[in-house]
Design a protein around this ligand. Structure first.
Ligand code: ZN
Length: 306
């Protein structure tokens, strides 16, 4: 090649680069909670770009729709949230302020995990006025590994719908994930066999799906109503309930103030067990598999008095 031809080739290369379509941009996903961010990442791999609105140490019922979140919602191709009114205090504002038509409720770019799941504790009468934050049924579906599997199938289908160019990637990753997840779920279920029928107290009604899966029995709740802080009178009431109906442990989530659980633990002589509740809730809950490994391990340790 002569030196004369080099600039010409460079010019051709530049023209080709300018004429070529831009590289396919990753699908931008905004997940409301860490478990759905982790699931979207499992299913999307390197063809998605996932941001998560909350951390495991924040109360997902109560988030501020801060400017950085609004900016992220503005650019999102898909929002992946729990639904069932978990985010009713902040997500509607966030979506409205985003001005992003793609991710509004009812659009393919708006995915609510709870829509794929049979909900527990659906109230027969609406008592939101009294502070109940679970007016559409219990939204804490991520504590049952079987439910994660159901949501994975629904989310993979939605990813393929909003990003058909990568439909094969999503289907392939979902197949691989669901095989691993089914095996892991069977393992956790077997490990947790000693927990079946164990009476427990919850600080917040955060675990009915976990209890439904593993057979734990909730005998009392420290919050008088979901989202209403425990009062001294209510805690005393729970303590007397336990005299007739003893519990083996009191369970709270990583994002919660541990004091009410610690008070009961001290006064009833039972362990207070902090569960990660979602990905990132503690060091062991690094991903969805770690979340359930750690949840089952913590429950078994408390049941065994370790
Ligand atoms: Zn709740």
């Amino acid at each position: 090649m002569t030196t004369l031809r080099k600039p010409l080739l460079a010019a051709f290369a530049l023209a080709a680069a300018l004429l070529a379509p831009p590289a396919q941009a990753a699908l931008r996903i905004l997940a409301c909670e860490p478990e759905w961010g982790a699931l979207a990442q499992e299913l999307g791999g390197n063809v998605v770009d996932v941001a998560v609105a909350t951390t495991a140490l924040q109360d997902p019922h109560q988030i501020q729709a801060r400017p950085s979140l609004i900016a992220r919602a503005r650019n999102a191709d898909l929002v992946v949230c729990t639904g069932a009114e978990l985010e009713i205090g902040w997500l509607p504002v966030l979506l409205q302020q985003s001005g992003n038509a793609k991710v509004q409720p009812g659009q393919p770019g708006n995915f609510a995990a709870a829509d794929a799941v049979r909900k527990l504790e659906v109230p027969t009468s609406l008592d939101r006025a009294q502070g109940d934050v679970h007016a559409a049924g219990n939204p804490h579906i991520q504590t049952d590994a079987r439910v994660i599997g159901q949501v994975a199938a629904a989310l993979a289908a939605r990813l393929a719908q909003v990003d058909p160019a990568h439909a094969a990637d999503y289907a392939q990753r979902e197949a691989a994930f669901s095989t691993r997840w089914r095996d892991a779920t069977a393992r956790w279920s077997a490990q947790a066999a000693p927990l079946k029928g164990l009476p427990v107290v919850s600080q917040h009604k955060g675990f009915p799906y976990l209890y439904d899966w593993l057979g734990l029995k909730e005998v009392a709740v420290l919050e008088p109503k979901p989202g209403v802080e425990p009062t001294v009178a209510h805690l005393q009431g729970v303590l007397s309930t336990l005299k007739a109906t003893p519990a083996r442990m009191v369970i709270y989530a990583a994002y919660q103030d541990p004091k009410p659980s610690q008070w009961l633990a001290q006064n009833a002589g039972i362990p207070a067990v902090k569960l990660p509740f979602t990905v990132g809730g503690d060091d062991a809950a690094k991903d969805l598999f770690g979340l359930f490994d750690d949840t089952v391990a913590r429950l078994l340790a408390a049941a065994a008095g370790r």
